[in-house]
Design a protein around this ligand. Sequence first.
Ligand SMILES: C[S@@+](CC[C@H](N)C(=O)[O-])C[C@H]1O[C@@H](n2cnc3c(N)ncnc32)[C@H](O)[C@@H]1O
Length: 274
Amino acid sequence: MEKNKTLLKKSDLERLAAFVKKEFGISFDEQKLSRFAKKIETLMHKHGIEDFNVLYHKVRYGKDEVLLQELINTVTINETYFWREDAQFSILANEILPKIAKTKRNIRILVAPTSSGEELYSIMFAIMEEKKVIERCNVEMVGIDIDSSVIRKAKIGLYTRRSVEKLPKRILEKYFKKVGDYYKLDDFFIQNAKFMQANIFNESLIERLGRFDIIFSRNMLIYFDKAEKKKVFEIFLKLLYPGGYLFLGHADANGIDKTAFKPVRSGFQIYKRV
Ligand SMILES: C[S@@+](CC[C@H](N)C(=O)[O-])C[C@H]1O[C@@H](n2cnc3c(N)ncnc32)[C@H](O)[C@@H]1O
């Protein structure tokens, strides 16, 4: 067989890609589609499925949850690392949390998407370093992601050198133990964070998660088209308490509803829900 040549028909792949886009917001250009093809073939092989239509029907109509989750896990882009876009963490710990803590004792923070936990744990480190906040309030941390494999990793808390290399040395030494080539996060953080697999487009998210004072949503919206972004901003509006804060990644804010979210710090992609 010719290398890189896929056995799947382009029209079949496009059909599956359209389903993934509709259900999970994840879209494909030509280049991504050919990489997708290889992954789908591997998935079919693993499950002993020879006919593409069988796979399609199982995930689309058959409600085969295991296969569907594996399909999702193959198409997500999980790139993340500790201390990414860290300027927002110090604004959170030094300015925003102390402000909220003046009137509230229990503060809830959602990280959506969390990927393998690096961002959520970085937020916890920043808060821990700011003693005044810790003394005054309880902060509950919740992380969600559509990919079940990264949620599993977040709950284990074992990271590579590459993942921790942007962390200040002081924090790395304080909160991690070196285990062979890996860095094991202190159990305190793992036990005080909640992670769950969830699709941001899921209608029942608000019943499942409740409302939050702060949402971090960084580096996911860039992959969504205009209509999907609009839907997600509407969901954030429901998930945030009035006056709550939304932290976005540097390329995520395009298309934000400016009547519902007002920028609080220009240049930092931090918004306040009206
Ligand atoms: C590039 S990572 C960003 C992780 C982290 N927020 C950061 O900035 O480092 C994007 C994550 O979005 C998740 N994702 C994509 N579509 C999603 C959806 N519909 N619902 C929830 N998570 C989703 C992917 O699984 C992936 O882990």
